[in-house]
Design a protein around this ligand. Sequence first.
Ligand SMILES: *[C@@H]1O[C@H](CO)[C@@H](O)[C@H](O)[C@H]1NC(C)=O
Ligand SMILES: *[C@@H]1O[C@H](CO)[C@@H](O)[C@H](O)[C@H]1NC(C)=O
Length: 362
Amino acid sequence: MGEVGFLTLALLALSSAIVEGCPPSDRAALLAFKAALKEPYLGIFSSWTGTDCCHKWYGVSCDPESHQVADINLRGESQELERSRRSGYMTGYISSSICRLSRLSSVTIADWKGISGEIPRCITSLPFLRILDIIGNRISGELPAGIGQLKRLTVLNVADNLISGGIPPSITNLTSLMHLDLRNNRLSGELPRNFERLGMLSRALLSRNQLTGPIPSSISRIYRLADLDLSMNQISGSIPESLGRMAVLSTLNLDGNKISGNIPSSLFNSGISDLNLSRNALNGNIPDVFGPRSYFTVLDLSYNNLRGSIPKSVSSASYIGHLDLSHNHLCGRIPAGSPFDHLEASSFVYNDCLCGKPLKAC
Ligand SMILES: *[C@@H]1O[C@H](CO)[C@@H](O)[C@H](O)[C@H]1NC(C)=O
Ligand SMILES: *[C@@H]1O[C@H](CO)[C@@H](O)[C@H](O)[C@H]1NC(C)=O
């Protein structure tokens, strides 16, 4: 065969690969994935026909070079659906055939409300997976023990499901993870030791579970952590002072736990602007350390056992939008000046003997 002939053959082979689009094995895996699901109202899977799964299959996209399936993006509450005033509902389960899509980089199967079953264990063998988002279903069972194998994972969102068991220790191997959302499940046990190994984490949202044990102070070594939400769990122990010295932490929600001890003064002189410590067992005085660095859109200390008076330094905070000190054992005169002039009585009620505006005169 001459050089030209060979080139022609090679070109022919290349163009037929392009025309064919997705590999038959990927197509077969997608069809097996689809067979385990039932979506009766929108008919999104009716687009999953023909040989080229890279072309016009709703929610499927392929890697432009390898033509293998790279993304599955199925959202039950997408803007597209909202425009047509419909909301998705899907039942069935996530089939382990999804693990045969070896090039998958993102899996979003979100807000379908009715998808049950467990997360397929084999998902941990997808080496390119960056995004796993299955929020808003009825998925149960435990998080895969081997989740830490997903070295490229940046987003793990399993919020609003029925996932139980502990947070697998291997999770601390996800050193690329930026967004961890485990909210509103049935997770129990303590936060993994070495949680600080999640060095890229910027949001750690773990609220509304049954987590126990203390807040590890090493969490404060996660340099990029901006949002830490541990609310509505059974967390105990005291608040690590070091949380108030974190570089970019701006939201700290610890409300609805069993946290005791004093409030570390560092929290009031930090970059934290959204602080909810409500419904715990905090005691001692409110530290008198507010200053120009104190800027709070929310400062909720209600339903604790705080004693003493409201510190005078609160008036030197640069801003306090919503302040709630109700349901404590505070006493004495409510200071005058900002931020107190715009607050209502509900911010101060149910204390032992607070007085002055907006409560009754002393
Ligand atoms: C984290 O990964 C390392 C190396 O891949 C492995 O030896 C170790 O057991 C893993 N840690 C956990 C807690 O799974
Ligand atoms: C703080 O947390 C409590 C208890 O979880 C909640 O009821 C309250 O609304 C929160 N405060 C603000 C200002 O969001």
